[in-house]
Design a binder for this molecule. Structure first.
Ligand SMILES: Cc1cc2nc3c(=O)[nH]c(=O)nc-3n(C[C@H](O)[C@H](O)[C@H](O)COP(=O)(O)O)c2cc1C
Length: 209
């Protein structure tokens, strides 16, 4: 990554120092900063400061002509615009997240609902949809209580990875890698083996970033 590049780092767990997914993110950032001392890192703590849900005012702000929008609509869409601007300015995205109830935590879904925007991150034409958030890579660092990796029996219950691949691809981010620290609710040996493997993968991706 060159010196002017920007990394957008999002944490989705509501937990602080106990969070395994945040821990993986810290491992990534330490290695990333060592390999890319001049890169800019922008961090958003979604887990502890969740983005607002889409509201009636938000929908008005996203779809009504600017000149007819209510003050509430302008305010709601300004929040979304800030999230979109931050994403579009980034060259790379790192998201740390637990699996919650077979899928993603609501705070991360709330961020997705803020950044998937017609005319800003995707466009619709006669030939279909086109993602506008191009030339970015994403790395998703996932922790889970069980083994939900694709290809395992639990993988059939993993709706996080297929959903994130689909929605990021929809806005133009198709270079997406996943690292799993799985089985964090299992016995100590299984848990620490999975964590060590995840840490090695994170170090690899941080050096390659
Ligand atoms: C509300 C909730 C739902 C969860 N759902 C799942 C699940 O569907 N599958 C799974 O393997 N683990 C599940 N877990 C376990 C977490 O994914 C696991 O503990 C993870 O390591 C937590 O990440 P964190 O330490 O970064 O907070 C759930 C935990 C919570 C609190």
């Amino acid at each position: 990554m060159n010196s002017t590049s920007t990394l957008l780092h999002l944490d989705a767990s509501p937990r602080g120092s106990r969070s395994q997914s945040r821990r993986l993110g810290i491992d990534f950032l330490v290695a990333f900063r060592a390999a890319n001392p001049s890169a800019q890192v922008v961090t958003r703590d979604l887990g502890r400061n969740p983005p607002p849900f889409v509201s009636e005012a938000w929908v008005e702000g996203a779809f009504a002509p600017a000149e007819s929008q209510s003050p509430a609509a302008r305010e709601a869409i300004a929040v979304s615009n800030a999230f979109v601007d931050e994403l579009l300015a980034a060259d790379q995205l790192v998201i740390t997240t637990p699996i919650y109830n077979l899928s993603l935590p609501a705070a991360l879904k709330a961020w997705i609902d803020q950044i998937v925007r017609a005319g800003r991150t995707f466009a619709k034409s006669a030939s279909g949809f086109e993602g506008l958030a191009k030339n970015k890579r994403a790395l998703i660092l996932v922790t889970s209580g069980s083994d939900f990796r694709p290809g395992t029996p639990g993988g059939a219950y993993n709706f996080l990875e297929p959903y994130l691949r689909a929605v990021l691809g929809f806005i133009g981010i198709t270079d997406v890698e996943f690292v799993y620290a799985h089985s964090q609710g299992a016995d100590a040996t299984t848990r620490s083996t999975a964590l060590t493997e995840a840490q090695a993968a994170v170090a690899h991706f941080a050096r390659a970033a």
